[in-house]
Design a protein around this ligand. Sequence first.
Ligand SMILES: C[S@@+](CC[C@H](N)C(=O)[O-])C[C@H]1O[C@@H](n2cnc3c(N)ncnc32)[C@H](O)[C@@H]1O
Length: 300
Amino acid sequence: MTLSQLTTTLKCQPSRLYRIMRFLVHYQIFKEEPITKDSIGFALTPLSRRLSRHGERSMAAMILLQSSPVTLAPWHGLSARVLDSGNSPFETAHGKDVWSYAEENPGHSKLIDEAMACDARVAVRAIIEGCPQVFDGIKSLVDVGGGNGTALSMLVKEFPWMHGINFDLPHVVAVAPKVDGIEYVGGDMFECVPKADAAFFMWVLHDWDDEECIQILKKCREAIPQDKGKVIIVESVLEEDENDKLEFVGLMLDMVMMAHTNKGKERTLKEWKYVLGEAGFTRINVKPIHAVQSIIEAYI
Ligand SMILES: C[S@@+](CC[C@H](N)C(=O)[O-])C[C@H]1O[C@@H](n2cnc3c(N)ncnc32)[C@H](O)[C@@H]1O
């Protein structure tokens, strides 16, 4: 689009918009391209395609969550968190933890679900392409903290022999779009996890400290067959990645956990082995995929 087309569409001041576009071109969010001999237009780049609302790999919902005032406020309390062991920055800013806040604010809950779903679309594609064998022989899979079910619906579509159970807090499950072949169960993973051949966790355990993870994983042990059951954890594994860019994302997410959760954190392989071992899982395999997460398979 030319500057004048953009100005008309956005109903804004051309000179100010020009300054913003000049900055965004410098930042490679747009690029300038000739439209006719005399006019220049602005075109999308690979980066801005990810910010557009459309397309399989759109990260727009994640950006909307991360830049919302509710999500930004806790960052201002991060220094207090480092200096003393009081409430988490999220609780200091909003008076309650992130999940209770989401329960009372459906608009924010929807932002979280949609943001996680856009990451899930990318990560699950990487799992399906990189490690399909992880799902061999699994007839039923419970996605613990499965959000709006995006990950599970992709997995069940790809591996149709699997029955899927999307398990999350009742207010999340109540508004999740319903998909054939998936059962939706509301509950609390600290109390009970629905029974299945395997339990799947993506971006859930990093929200909790070691003690809490051990408690959740013990509930999973009760839910899966004692002889051949397994848990599949899709999370970052710090210090394992040779790729600098992804290592940065893992370390950045660790800061996000400090700002937004009470005691959550990203873990090294040694830390994952500790929580899994304490919960009674003895055999552990780690598989890298083409994403910031790795797949950790753990067997009783
Ligand atoms: C960071 S999101 C991950 C969502 C999804 N697994 C994904 O990667 O797209 C964490 C999820 O854990 C859920 N959750 C938090 N506390 C829970 C609890 N006590 N029992 C079950 N689910 C819980 C949240 O509602 C949220 O959907």
